[in-house]
Ligand binder design. Structure first.
Ligand code: SF4
Length: 313
């Protein structure tokens, strides 16, 4: 029995013979064990070598040569019958939640996490309850099928708790900042691997985004970026945004690359691809890259007071 025996059984049940594998960036180095296990079990294996950051970016091109694509590390964001989504669970000691307790004020605490820790939600709930905390976990959106799961582009499971305080368990600060902006709740972020806990606010991000909108005011032209990645295509939104300005043109791209943006020569861009690109990567871009809501503010179709973080629904 090896770590991939359930997967091998699933492939055999489907009658698959040729198998394509796709690993996100953080898991690519662990691909060799899987390749060996599947080859030893008699499958013909190919690996997608393109960059991958989410289930929104499935290597569907590999299906031209394979019976099935196995996507590791993410839950599905949409229906894809020829794709098997293989979770990559990351465990941690539940007692690490103790580190967040002094920051929680209640009276109700919403609990959310990312896909690799979602299997620990029941144990986390139990731990918090045992410490006298009233905890609430909610279902997410179509893009976040696991209970309590959030993505950088979908904070529904946080909003649906309707709690005034949210505990985010996971690494990095993008998710908790997004949760703070999407919910208006107090957000505590606990990194379960480092053991660090902190209160997180969206204020600094808002200040940076205000400055980016102001910088875009003299841009003259706007390229509305539409991604061609399977789970990021938002052409209807792009058309609606392009209609807000006579100087806006839709630009399709697979990878949103700073050098390409410079080459294309627009004065600013509006990002309808992965929302994190505009928020996380602005320093890499040669000109302002706005979110859809920020472009609405620029065009006078939305007030700054109604600022909202971009989510893909
Ligand atoms: S669109 Fe961005 S945040 Fe959403 S799943 Fe894809 S990579 Fe993650």
């Amino acid at each position: 029995m090896n770590a991939f025996s359930d997967l091998i059984r699933t492939l055999e049940d489907r009658g698959a013979r040729r198998v394509a594998l796709q690993f996100p960036e953080g898991l690519k180095r662990q691909s060799q064990a899987c390749i060996s296990a599947l080859r030893n079990a008699g499958f013909e294996v190919l690996v997608s070598g393109d960059p991958c950051y989410g289930a929104c970016d499935l290597a569907l091109d590999t299906l031209a040569w394979a019976d099935v694509l196995i996507h590791f590390g993410h839950a599905p964001v949409d229906e894809q019958p020829a794709v098997i989504f293989e979770p990559w669970k990351v465990d941690f000691d539940i007692a690490v939640l103790e580190n967040a307790l002094s920051l929680l004020r209640g009276p109700v605490t919403g609990l959310v996490t990312t896909v690799q820790h979602a299997h620990r939600i029941p144990a986390m709930e139990e731990f918090l309850k045992s410490r006298g905390i009233t905890v609430r976990v909610a279902e997410g959106s179509r893009r976040t099928p696991l209970r309590g799961q959030v993505l950088g582009c979908s904070f529904t499971a946080a909003k649906e708790t309707r709690a005034g305080e949210i505990l985010f368990v996971g690494t990095g600060l993008f998710h908790p900042i997004g949760i703070a902006l999407a919910t208006g709740a107090r957000v505590v972020a606990l990194d379960p691997l480092a053991g660090t806990a902190q209160e997180v606010s969206g204020e600094a991000l808002l200040r940076r985004r205000f400055a980016v909108i102001e910088k875009a005011r003299g841009a003259g032209t706007a390229g509305i970026i539409v991604s061609s990645k399977s789970g990021q295509i938002r052409m209807d939104l792009a058309r609606r945004l392009a209609a807000l300005s006579p100087n806006a043109v839709i630009v399709t791209m697979r990878e949103v690359d700073p050098a390409e943006l410079l080459n294309l020569g627009f004065g600013c861009y509006v990002n309808t691809a992965c929302p994190r690109l505009a928020y996380d990567d602005q320093v890499r871009f040669p000109v302002p890259v706005l979110s859809p809501q920020e472009f609405e503010i620029l065009c006078g179709a939305r007030r700054w007071e109604d600022y909202a973080i971009d989510e893909i629904v």
